[in-house]
Design a protein around this ligand. Sequence first.
Ligand code: NAD
Length: 284
Amino acid sequence: MKIINKILDGKAVSQQIKAEITEIVSKLSSPPKLSVILVGNNFASSVYVKNKSQACIVCGIQSEVITLDENISEAELLKKIHELNQDNHTHGILVQLPLPKQIREDRIIENIDPRKDVDGFHPLNVGHLFLKKAMLEPCTPVGVIEILKRYALPIAGKHVVIIGRSNIVGKPLGIMFLRENATVTYCHSKTRDLPSVAQTADILIAAIGKAQFVTDEFVKTNAVIIDVGINRLPNGKLAGDVDFEKVSPKVSAITPVPGGVGPMTIAILLKNTLKAYQNIMHKK
Ligand code: NAD
C-alpha cells in the first residue's frame, strides 16, 4: 500500500484483509466457526464481542456468542470449554477477558484446545512463538506487524521501543519484532527516564493503557508511532496512549485511535479462525 499521508489507516488495511479472507472462505466446502464465550455483563467486553461477531459474519465465518452468568463457577466454565474442544463444528474458541474473580484465567486458557486457541494465549502457542513461529499467535501484536508490512515500512535493523510488557501485547510483540530483525527495547512502569529511552526509537509502540501518555517529548523526529491503547476519556470519547495532536506533526507515520490497531486486531482474529479451520480440516 502506498503512503498517501502519514496516517496508518488500520480500518482500510483491515478491510483489505477481510476481503482476502472472504474470498478464501467463499470457496470452502463448509464455513469456519468461531465460538466466543462472554462471562457476565462487562460493558466494554460485550462491545468487543459484538464487534468480533459482526466481523465474522461479514467474512462468511459463522459466529456463536455463548453468554454465561457472572457467578458461573470455574468448573462449569471448564465444562463448556471441553464441550467446544470436542465440537467438530467449532474451529476457533475465544474466551473474552477479563473473567470474574472466582475464575483463574490461566486455568481457562490452558484448557482450550491449542489448535482452536485463536487468541494465541495457550502456553503451547506462546512457547512456539518464542521458539520460532506458532500456528496461532496473539492478534494485536500480529496486527501491529501486519500494518507496518502492508505500508511497506521497514523493520529490519530498526530500533523498536515498546512501552508495556503485558502477556497479550508488549511481550509477544517484542519477540515478533526480533523475528523481523529489529533491535528491541522493552519499557514498563519501572523504566527510568522513559522519555529519553523512547526518544531513541525508530518505531515506538505505546501499549500502556493511559490516555495520551506519550507526548512529543517521547518521540524522535520522523519516528513511526504505533498506538495500541484504547482508553475512554471523561467526555466519553476514545483516546489512545499517544497524544495525537502533539505527536503527529513530529513523526513520519502514526496510527490513529480509533481506526488504527483496533480494527487490525479483529482482522487478525478472523485470519486466525480461518487458519485454525484449515489446520483442523487438513488433519482430519
Ligand atoms: P496491561 O495493563 O496489561 O499492561 C500495561 C503495561 O504498561 C504494563 O506492562 C505496565 O508496566 C506498563 N505501564 C503502566 N504504566 C506505565 C508507566 N507509567 N510508564 C511505563 N509503562 C507503564 O495492558 P494491555 O492489556 O497490554 O493493554 C494496553 C493498552 O492497549 C490498553 O489501553 C488496552 O485497552 C489496549 N489494548 C488494545 C488492543 C487493540 O486491539 N487495539 C488490544 C489489547 C489491548
